[in-house]
Write a protein that binds this ligand. Structure first.
Ligand code: SAM
Length: 282
């Protein structure tokens, strides 16, 4: 009989037995509700033998659910103290491989044998955005990412133009993926309980970008400029790119965009129109 790791009793017991004090600095909040683990695994839609990367397995609460799906699990954990814990808690599963290191520094494509994979994680909240951006920007062959994040971050990822949550993260996530919020998760689902509500977000990678962009670097420079100073008009914030007033006017006219608007009201298409117009006068 397999005992379930994601329960208050087992998490307490394991931490006590191994003398683990959860590190706030490393964002250690372990899941203690098996129902939440099941929802995450379900959203990942895993098949037997399919490669899946888990970031931050902790003591193996979510890893166990992934292993039980029959997927081929690789989990990257930064905290060396947890390696021997994972060795014990996951001893029953031969389809799990634990790698010690910082997910932001390791060669992930190499670790995943240059195959397509899925990402599933209850992310450490202190580096949520860097992890998501680095996975997206490195253009890894990821099919989808199912991640526990702060609810406020999940709302930013799915936000639409003109809303308060809309920003550079929304544009990047929606450019590369189709995101949707799977469920909200209350603090009491974790040990220790975090101070904020969390959410599980599913981002299915797009095969093609949703808008035509000639030069992606330029596109993301325009997006960055567009959100740089929220109170300013788009014409004004575009000056942060180093373009002259005349050049900006020319670009906006070509793109057929009113520079008096604020960047935070721009759709992906409008950011693309500006970037493509800029590219055409370069
Ligand atoms: N997956 C477990 C769960 O759901 O119960 C633990 C999740 S906990 C929120 C985040 C985990 O990520 C911790 O175990 C932490 O040590 C690990 N971690 C923090 N920074 C990391 C990094 N840069 N690379 C890999 N793992 C990291």
């Amino acid at each position: 009989l397999e005992s379930i790791i994601a329960s208050p009793e087992v998490v307490h017991y394991v931490c006590k037995r191994f003398g683990i004090h959860m590190s706030k600095k490393l964002g250690q909040n372990f899941l203690i509700k098996r129902g939440v683990v099941d929802e995450i695994v379900h959203a990942a839609d895993l098949n037997a033998g399919e490669p899946v990367l888990e970031i931050g397995p902790g003591i193996g609460t979510l890893t166990q659910g992934l292993a039980q799906s029959g997927a081929d699990v690789t989990a990257i954990e930064l905290d060396r103290r947890l390696l021997e814990v994972l060795d014990t808690t996951l001893a029953a599963y031969d389809n799990v491989r634990i790698i010690h290191g910082d997910v932001l520094k390791l060669d992930v494509p190499d670790i995943m044998n240059h195959k397509q994979f899925k990402v599933v994680a209850n992310l450490p909240y202190y580096i949520t955005t860097p992890i998501i951006m680095s996975l997206l920007e490195s253009r890894l062959p990821i099919e989808r990412m199912v991640m526990m994040v702060q609810r406020e971050v999940a709302l930013r990822m799915v936000a639409k133009p003109g809303t308060k949550d809309y920003g550079a993260l929304s544009v990047a996530v929606q450019y590369y993926t189709e995101p949707d919020i799977v469920m909200d998760v209350p603090p009491k689902a974790f040990l220790p309980a975090p101070s904020v509500t969390s959410a599980v977000i599913r981002c299915v990678l797009r095969k093609e970008p949703p808008v035509d962009v000639v030069d992606e670097k330029l596109f993301f420079r325009v997006v960055k400029a567009g959100f740089e100073q929220r109170r300013k008009t788009f014409s004004n914030t575009m000056k942060t790119t180093g373009l002259s007033k005349e050049e900006i006017e020319m670009i906006l006219e070509k793109a057929n965009i009113d520079g008096q608007r604020r960047g935070e009201t721009f759709s992906l298409q409008e950011f693309a129109d500006v970037a493509n117009a800029w590219h055409s006068i370069k």
